[in-house]
Design a binder for this molecule. Structure first.
Ligand code: SF4
Length: 432
């Protein structure tokens, strides 16, 4: 082991490195391309990290606590391109996975015993007899009975099937479990039982969890730290209680505002996001949330402009962006060639609809830019219109990737609004 060597993102084969106690406390370990890897094991095992994610991620970490200080073995591997032998090694003692759907993640042609025993067989663990005993022990650990060994998955309920999946993930005693939405396919009452089981197992075996979820109330219940992700970026990461109490990033703020209140009379300022997340194949050049952020920073020239009129400009940009992404079919091209109407030829209608009632709130130069962009669209140059609007109306949020800013000792947020020259997002949301 090489003390002091920083871990690296891996492209082909997994490499493992040791980081020293000081480095273990660092917040950001590696940033490469779209992926920022955060130190999540700074207190050793026993921590559960919640990863809120709208899109995919590439992130694997394992750790151990040893000796007289914190010493973390951290391995990073791109699981989408690692060779089979590396994945096999990883999914042995290091990493276990529990899948989202207990219906499709178990092979209905195998008995429960065979399913749970499979990782032990693959890794040639012990003798045949020892493996059978281990499986019976695991079934008991997850709240099933040893005699379930010879039954088939279809004979079990959803919750029991998920228990089988958990037993399989624990078979080789991994240090680290990836729980990919483990309760989202289950009824609420069963969800509670599985969450309690996961908590008990963590205490019993000292496991580290990476708990991926879309249900924020589950995240709040089970996680010590949460990483909120958008389009492959960690937007905010930190202590769960702090993050839910006072979200620092506009995306987290918007998400939390959408959690339903049990009290029907409770007042809540719900933030509604416009549009849908952009395609990961065509992500925004600056902040990934810039196409939908309600607290997005405006370019200086338009800071005093009427909010509603500015919002229409943002929607107009989004419409043009969508047009550049949509594929023109052969018949669209033929109709365009013949000068006939297509679904791409309604720009005058769109501008009328968007700006008709806010014309007097638009400054002259903004009106001129909208006209100019519309003329590019009219001429079939959607990309030119998009670039033109980007240049004229784009702000720092559109053009520059934010940095991770420390919000507190326990939290960082990926947003330009933490820079002193800009109003902070909390005050922006108060005004909205
Ligand atoms: S950087 Fe800009 S767009 Fe991104 S979250 Fe912050 S304010 Fe919103």
């Amino acid at each position: 082991m090489n003390d002091g060597v920083k871990p690296q993102l891996i492209t082909d084969t997994p490499k493992f490195a040791t980081i020293s106690a000081d480095e273990a406390n660092a917040k950001t370990l590696v940033t490469e391309g779209n992926v920022t890897v955060e130190s999540i094991v700074d207190e050793g095992f026993g921590e559960r990290l919640g990863l809120y994610d709208e899109k995919d991620f590439v992130f694997v970490e394992s750790g151990s606590k040893s000796g007289d200080g914190v010493q973390v073995d951290a391995g990073y591997i791109d699981v989408t391109s690692a060779p089979d032998y590396a994945l096999k090694k990883l999914r042995g003692k290091q990493l276990g996975i529990v899948f989202q759907d207990p219906e499709s993640s178990l092979n209905d042609r195998m008995t429960v015993g065979e399913i749970v025993r499979e990782p032990l067989d693959v890794h040639s663990w012990g003798t045949k007899r020892e493996r059978r005993e281990r499986v019976r022990e695991l079934l008991e650990t997850v709240g099933l009975r040893p005699e379930h060994y010879f039954r088939y998955p279809h004979q079990f309920s959803g919750g029991q099937r998920q228990r089988i999946g958990i037993a399989r993930a624990l078979a080789l005693e991994p240090d680290f479990l990836v729980l990919d939405e483990p309760v989202s396919a289950l009824d609420v009452s069963v969800q509670a039982k599985i969450l309690n089981l996961l908590e008990d197992l963590q205490t019993e075996f000292g496991l580290t969890y990476l708990f991926i979820a879309h249900d924020l109330s589950v995240v709040k219940h089970i996680c010590d730290r949460v990483a909120v992700m958008y389009l492959g970026h960690i937007m905010e990461i930190g202590d769960t209680e702090e993050l839910f109490e006072a979200p620092a990033n506009p995306y987290t703020h918007s998400l939390l505002s959408a959690i339903p209140e049990p009290d029907p009379n409770a007042e809540k300022d719900r933030v509604t996001l416009r549009g849908t997340p952009p395609s990961p194949r065509d992500p925004p050049a600056g902040c990934p949330f810039s196409t939908r952020c309600p607290a997005k920073i405006r370019p200086e020239a338009y800071r005093g402009m009427d909010d509603e009129a500015w919002e229409r400009i943002e929607v107009f940009r989004e419409v043009i962006r969508e047009r550049t992404r949509a594929d023109r079919s052969f018949s669209d091209r033929v109709r365009e060639f013949l000068g006939k109407e297509t679904r791409f030829s309604d720009i005058a209608e769109i501008t009328d609809e968007l700006f008709g009632d806010v014309q007097d709130k638009l400054p002259d130069d903004a009106r001129q830019h909208i006209r100019e962009a519309s003329s590019y669209v009219d001429a079939g140059n959607d990309n030119q219109a998009r670039n033109y609007l980007f240049e004229e109306f784009g702000s720092v949020c559109d053009k520059e990737k934010p940095r991770h800013h420390s919000v507190t000792d326990l939290r960082t947020s990926f947003c330009h609004r933490h820079i002193d020259e800009f109003e902070d997002s909390q005050s922006v949301f108060k005004r909205l």
